[in-house]
Design a protein around this ligand. Structure first.
Ligand code: HEM
Length: 580
């Protein structure tokens, strides 16, 4: 890189006082020569750096080696601090500064605005706790809602809170990859759909899942299983303490059982007295642990020099978890292998059967099968339970809306029978409630998993280098008054059209509300997820009036893990509506 003369630092100044080699402030240097700034910029970690270090050594006076080494160390420290400061001073912080100074070509395009954060770590603090809220506030303050740059240690990140720019990012093939997190890699997710690199393997997995797990025929085929689980939930709620009933565990267990049935063909009961509960309990613990690990911001992902230390013990916990998951899923795969012959004439196939029956070109290895199955259980469990809990909380806080849902249920279904899935298309208001909750409480406010730029590209007229992580702040978009009228109000009516039809698709075509993402890597489980949520909410509402518990009032405080959950688990009071 050619350097302007203003970038030359004079260092031919006096030696420091004897015995205080590190005492001198910056203008005092023991070295009687000039150091080009080029040296300073490249002091960290390249072959060129080594060359400069050797060159410096050769210039030192051999009679005062110790002093020179100390001086050199001091100089290197200064150079390192200067570099860190220089990188940090760039809009967007150190990772963006590093990219700018190291890239050989000068690009005239406008720089993306963004917070500097702190030297070295950049804006890692913004990802702590409620990242979606903190990032939205900073973007607002810097007038960078369309596109903001920030640094997570050495990771360059862009984020948008604008639907048009979100569309540009999510629908571009350049952003069809995902940044790989160490925990995702350790937990085998790089071999499953969510974190597999964009390419032939990922396409094959998506195709298999779309054909055998998420297609309408398959979703309709598992209706009776969802019905059975809805009945079990109602039963569990009726038999519990209806004056003060915590619901989270029931929802999570119902979700887990549902996905276990679709994926593994395993049926578990909600009631703890029934068999198989040990297995369900074990799986639930494995999912919880995986969830916690994947939801954490791993410092080592962004500050590689910390990697060897594993300061948050994430690698250690992953390596403890993986053998347990392998053992669990492998046992189920082996059971299926053993049963294959008996099942030949049976119509009931689950996802394990499908993966085992794949023919040569698509055939997956055993570790790949385990990774894919584990991911489905993992992804399909929490998202559904988290969303239902938010919906129930909102309905308790807005009794007028709950009454309208009840009126609709009475009109469409009637009190004499339970809800069935064929009723759902007619429950227009209930579907609008689900959408309004997705708007105010998207389970993935930052769309859960980010995207990665495969090549250099332009976003909103600005240059984004390959290797940049891209995020969409869906939470900020859905609360933006320039996007939604009265965004803070809970108004399901906004999704009911003039002709009493449900308006607005949340499947990713309109980025004003795209809780399942958009483009090539959008959620493949959205139809299954929405069907399950709508049907179970309808069933729970049909059976009970949901009221706040006197001891634990509903709080809308959030906690962001992999999904954004209610911070205080919902506890309710229930009044039955239908006699059994
Ligand atoms: C309410 C329910 C759900 C919500 C809100 C949700 C949300 C999301 C979001 C935001 C993404 C990232 C999309 C993007 O990058 O554009 C995603 C990806 C994914 N979801 Fe879902 N999801 C839900 C249910 C499910 C279910 C039930 C399954 C499977 C059983 C599932 C499996 C996946 C997978 C495998 C991916 C990764 C796709 C890829 O990278 O190609 N999701 N989901």
């Amino acid at each position: 890189m050619p350097l302007p003369t203003s970038f030359i630092i004079q260092t031919n100044i006096q030696s420091p006082p004897r015995g205080l080699p590190f005492y001198s402030p910056l203008p005092f240097s023991p070295l009687p020569f000039t150091l080009p700034f080029h040296f300073i910029i490249h002091t960290m970690g390249t072959a060129t750096d080594n060359f400069w270090v050797l060159a410096l050594f050769s210039k030192c006076d051999s009679n005062s080696n110790t002093q020179n080494i100390l001086c050199l160390a001091f100089l290197l420290l200064l150079a390192w601090l200067a570099t860190a400061f220089l990188y940090w001073a760039h809009p967007g912080g150190p990772a963006w500064g590093k990219q700018r100074w190291r890239s050989s070509s000068k690009r005239p395009n406008p720089i993306i605005p963004g917070p500097r954060g702190f030297p070295l770590i950049g804006s890692m603090h913004l990802m702590a706790r409620l990242a979606h809220r903190q990032l939205a506030a900073v973007a607002d303050r810097l007038d960078a809602k369309r596109l903001m740059a920030f640094s997570l240690g050495e990771t360059r990140v862009i984020i948008t809170s604008n639907p048009d720019v979100a569309k540009e990012i999510l629908n571009s093939s350049v952003f069809a990859d995902r940044p790989i997190k160490e925990s995702a890699y350790s937990l085998m997710f790089s071999r499953a759909i969510g974190f597999a690199p964009y390419g032939a393997y990922w396409r094959t997995l998506r195709r298999i899942a779309a054909t055998h797990l998420f297609c309408p025929k398959q979703i309709n085929g598992s209706e009776s299983q969802r019905f059975e689980i809805a009945e079990q939930m109602v039963e569990a709620l009726r038999n519990g303490n209806t004056a003060c009933m915590p619901v989270r565990q029931i929802l999570k267990r119902a979700s887990l059982n549902n996905i276990m049935s679709s994926v593994f063909g395993k049926k578990y009961e909600l009631s703890s007295s029934l068999k198989n509960v040990g297995e369900a309990e074990e799986l639930s613990r494995l999912v919880e642990e995986g969830y916690d690990l994947l939801g954490k911001l791993n410092w080592s992902d962004h500050l590689p020099f910390l990697s060897a230390l594993d300061p948050q013990k994430i690698r250690l916990r992953c390596s403890n978890l993986v053998p347990k998951v392998n053992r669990f899923v492998n046992r189920i795969v082996e059971e299926h292998r053993a049963q294959t012959r008996e099942k030949k004439n049976s119509n009931s196939t689950d996802f394990v059967d499908v993966l085992l029956a794949l023919q040569t070109s698509e055939k997956l290895s055993d570790p790949d099968i385990i990774a894919v199955l584990w991911e489905m259980v993992f992804r399909g469990t929490d998202t559904v339970a988290v969303l239902i809990e938010w919906i129930l909380a909102r309905l308790i806080l807005h009794p007028d809306v709950q009454s309208k849902v009840h009126e609709e249920l009475d009109l469409v279904v009637g009190k004499s029978r339970p809800v069935t899935e064929s009723d759902i298309p007619e429950l227009v208001y209930l579907q609008a409630v689900v959408k309004e909750v997705l708007r105010l409480h998207p389970p993935g406010p930052l769309l859960s998993w980010a995207r990665l730029a495969i090549t250099d590209t332009m976003v909103d007229g600005r240059h984004v280098p390959a290797g940049t992580t891209a995020m969409v702040n869906m939470w900020a978009i859905t609360r933006d008054p320039s996007v939604w009228a009265q965004p803070m109000e809970f108004l399901p009516e906004r999704f009911v059209g003039r002709d009493g039809e449900v308006e607005f698709s949340v499947h990713g075509s309109d980025l004003r509300l795209a809780p399942f993402g958009s483009g090539r890597r959008s959620c493949p489980g959205k139809a299954l997820g929405l069907t399950t949520v709508s049907f179970w909410v309808a069933s729970l509402l049909h059976e009970f009036v949901w009221l706040p518990s006197e001891l634990n009032p509903v709080s809308l405080s959030e906690v962001l893990r992999l999904s954004c959950e209610m911070q205080f688990p919902l506890t309710v009071k229930l009044n039955p509506r239908r006699s059994v």
